[in-house]
Every structure is written in structure tokens, then in C-alpha cells.
Design a protein around this ligand. Structure first.
Ligand code: NAD
Ligand code: DAU
Length: 358
């Protein structure tokens, strides 16, 4: 297959691209604007591969999208490009509306125009896979409930409202125009190449630097953590095997309180990085309770039984094994983080492509 992936330079997108190039015979066109969150260094292991191509393109740019579709002739689109950080959506929602809503609309229209040119059987086999989040379902606080595929939408933040909006657009394009879509809603991912603004990599990096470990509110909020490579395997299964119009929730059956996640990282670091910065006796002493996130959702939890039953997917990592792998990865890949902190990762594309053209 030819798979057009949007947002392939991001955290989950890069895991999907690496998974497909390393484990299948499919070709990938990675369409990514390279915002602050896009990092081609996360794709260094595969970027010279003959089945991989990159295009620095904004999904809001319709004519550029049309050109890419015409040249690449995809059999499937996996749409991951988004503004993804809840805190940024609170301080500045505009980019979230632009990319997550308008960008998804432009991508749907480009896909629809291209899909209408396809002849059978390619037209019927085509898939538009929209990658979304469990945050569209809102807050499960005070219940034992899990999110089902049928749970009503009740987003809380500008981020989750923009993702909910994009989910509605995708389903409308299926119902109205017959576009063959599938939608997945996943819980919190963690693992290698995670941008160090999100909880787990931020705590690892701050602890190693001897900085405060900021815990919002009382730290009793619950997230359902999934190792990113398990998510990548699930997404490939869905795009290749799911029936048109289906929705799948994806989750790790790993509900954890934030404060317990932070403490677990500290314990792993005590074992794996015992040489602490000067003056730090225990990493846990760095835990600092800070002002809560406005509108903070207290609990998310996914029922992932439908994808298990229909497609046979289950996660391979437990939270213990996945968190250990993650902490080890950050300890062994400090250069990747340092390039983000210094801004050098933004130069990588120029350096790389200048060398190739020379
Ligand atoms: P990320 O922020 O790490 O990466 C997003 C990527 O999209 C970046 O490479 C960025 O450059 C690109 N991008 C942003 N705006 C763009 C635009 N206008 N045009 C083209 N590219 C653009 O995000 P992530 O954590 O990898 O999340 C990927 C997707 O999965 C998102 O749609 C997100 O909503 C969803 N999701 C994330 C999680 C999670 O825990 N991270 C969980 C469930 C669902
Ligand atoms: O549930 C899926 C979602 O998970 C994805 O759709 C989002 O793209 C992704 O960013 C993530 O959203 P969260 O808001 O849950 O992730 P974050 O890592 O920002 O925060 C996780 C929890 O930790 C949340 O309850 C807020 C809290 N937190 C976060 C940070 C950055 C802290 O207590 N301190 C912090 O410094």
C-alpha cells in the first residue's frame, strides 16, 4: 500500500512511520508542517529508506495537498497531524482551531476529490483513518465507568473540543459523501521520542536536571497510559483490517494517578540514574504541587474490548515494562532532548537536505 501519513514527525506519527517502514512492505509519504512538535530526528533510523518520503506541508494548504495526492496516489490516509498539548490550547486556542478543525476539513476535501477519481477495486479498498483521542468523551470523575465507542461526546478543553469537532467532520464526510473512514480514540501515550512538555518526559528531564517536578492540583487525576509502540501496532491493524465506518477505542488498561506516575519515575531514576545533581538526596524530594490546570479532567479510562474482539489487538507492554523502557530510552538519548532544548532539531532538515542536494 501507499500510505499518506499526516503528522509523521510527531510523537505518535513517528512511531507509526517507523513501525510501517520496519515491519511491512508499504510505502509512506509523511506530510508534516514541522511545528515546534515536529522533529525529523525522530525518523533518523528510516529516513533514507526507499519506501519513505517526506514533504514539509501544512494540512491547511489545499492546493499543496491536491498535488501530493496526485503524485503519491495513496491507498490510505492516516491523519495524525494536530496541535496536541492541552495546556497550550488553554493559553492559545487559535492554532488548535486552525489545524485540528480547518486542517482536517481541508484534508477531507482533498481526500474526497482524489478518492472520486479512483477506479474499483481501489476506490472501495481506500481508507481515511482519523486518529483521535479519548479526551472527546470528557471526564469520568466519580464513576467506575469506562469510555465506550458509544459514550456521548463532552469535551472540556479547547484541544479536546477541536478534536471532537474534527471527529464529527470525518463521520459527516462518511455519511454524506460515502468517504470510507475509520476513527480511533486513544488514551494517553508514553514512550520514546515524546516531546518534553508532556507529563512523563517532563518529569524525567526535570528530575535529571534537579528541577522541581510540577504536579497539578493534588495529583489525584487519573490517566490510562498506553505504550506508543502498542498504539502504532493498533493503528496499522485498524487501517488495514477495520470495516468502513467503524470506531475503535484504544487503551492500555493502565489507570494511574498522576502522583503515582511521578513517584514511579523517581523510583526508576533512583535505580537507573543514581548519580543525582548536587544537593539532591532523593528525586521524590523535587515533587512540587502547583496550581491546577483550568477545567482539568479528573479521570479518563478506556474500554478497549471491541478492538480486541474484532481485530485481536492487545497491548504488549504493561505500565511497569513500558515505563522502564521509556526511562532507559531517555537516559540513553539525552542528545535527542538536548537538540530540542537548544533548538538544534529545527536545523536538522536544512542540514540533511542541503547535504543530500550537494
Ligand atoms: P505531536 O504534537 O507530538 O505531533 C503532532 C505533529 O503534527 C507534529 O509533527 C506537527 O509538526 C504536525 N502538525 C501540526 N500542525 C500541522 C499542520 N497544520 N500541518 C501538518 N502537520 C502539522 O502529537 P502526538 O502526541 O503525536 O499526537 C498525534 C495525534 O494523536 C494527534 O491527532 C492527537 O490528537 C492524537 N492523540 C494523541 C495522544 C497522546 O497521548 N499523545 C493520545 C490520543 C490521541
Ligand atoms: O488522553 C489522551 C491525551 O493525552 C491526548 O489526546 C493529548 O494529546 C495528550 O497530550 C494527553 O493529554 P493530557 O493532558 O492527559 O497529557 P499531559 O501529559 O499534558 O498531562 C497528563 C496529566 O498530568 C494531566 O492530568 C495533567 C498532569 N500534569 C501535566 C503536566 C505537563 C501535571 O500534573 N504536571 C505537568 O507538568
Amino acid at each position: 500500500m501507499n500510505i499518506l501519513i499526516t503528522g509523521g514527525a510527531g510523537f505518535i506519527g513517528s512511531a507509526v512511520v517507523r513501525h510501517i517502514i520496519q515491519n511491512t512492505q508499504d510505502s509512506v509519504l509523511n506530510v508534516d508542517k514541522l511545528t515546534y512538535a515536529g522533529n525529523l530526528e525522530s525518523l533518523e533510523s528510516i529516513h533514507h529508506h526507499e519506501r519513505y518520503t517526506f514533504s514539509q506541508t501544512d494540512i491547511c494548504d489545499r492546493s499543496a495537498l491536491d498535488q501530493l495526492f496526485a503524485n503519491f496516489q495513496p491507498d490510505a490516509v492516516m491523519h495524525l497531524a494536530a496541535e496536541s498539548h492541552v495546556d497550550r490550547s488553554i493559553s492559545g486556542p487559535a492554532d488548535f482551531i486552525e489545524t485540528n478543525i480547518i486542517g482536517t476539513y481541508q484534508l477531507l476535501e482533498a481526500t474526497r476529490q482524489y478518492w472520486n477519481t479512483l477506479a474499483e477495486p481501489r476506490k472501495q479498498a481506500f481508507r481515511f483513518h482519523h486518529i483521535s483521542t479519548d479526551e472527546v468523551y470528557g471526564d469520568l470523575e466519580g464513576t467506575e465507568d469506562l469510555f465506550l465507542e458509544t459514550t456521548p461526546y463532552a469535551p472540556s478543553s479547547p484541544y479536546s473540543a477541536s478534536k471532537a469537532s474534527s471527529d464529527h467532520l470525518v463521520r459527516a464526510w462518511h455519511r454524506t459523501y460515502g468517504l470510507p473512514v475509520v476513527v480511533t480514540n486513544c488514551s494517553n501515550n508514553y514512550g520514546p521520542y515524546h516531546f518534553p512538555e508532556k507529563l512523563i518526559p517532563l518529569i524525567i528531564q526535570n528530575a535529571l536536571a534537579g528541577k522541581a517536578l510540577p504536579v497539578y492540583g493534588n495529583g489525584h487525576q487519573i490517566r490510562d497510559w498506553l505504550f506508543v509502540e502498542d498504539h502504532a501496532r493498533a493503528l496499522y491493524k485498524v487501517v488495514t483490517e477495520a470495516a468502513v465506518g467503524e470506531t475503535y477505542n484504544i487503551g492500555g488498561h493502565n489507570e494511574q494517578k498522576n502522583i503515582d506516575v511521578v513517584k514511579a519515575i523517581c523510583e526508576l531514576l533512583e535505580e537507573l540514574a543514581p548519580n543525582k545533581p548536587a544537593g539532591i538526596e532523593h528525586y521524590q524530594n523535587l515533587i512540587t504541587y502547583v496550581t491546577d490546570r483550568p477545567g482539568h479532567d479528573l479521570r479518563y479510562a478506556i474500554d478497549a474490548s471491541k478492538i480486541k474482539k474484532d481485530l485481536g489487538w492487545i497491548p504488549q507492554e504493561t505500565f511497569d515494562t513500558g515505563l522502564r523502557k521509556t526511562v532507559e530510552w531517555y537516559l540513553n538519548n539525552q542528545e535527542w532532548v538536548e537538540h530540542i532544548q537548544s533548538g538544534e532539531y529545527k536545523n536538522w532538515i536544512q542540514q540533511q537536505y542541503q547535504t543530500e542536494q550537494a
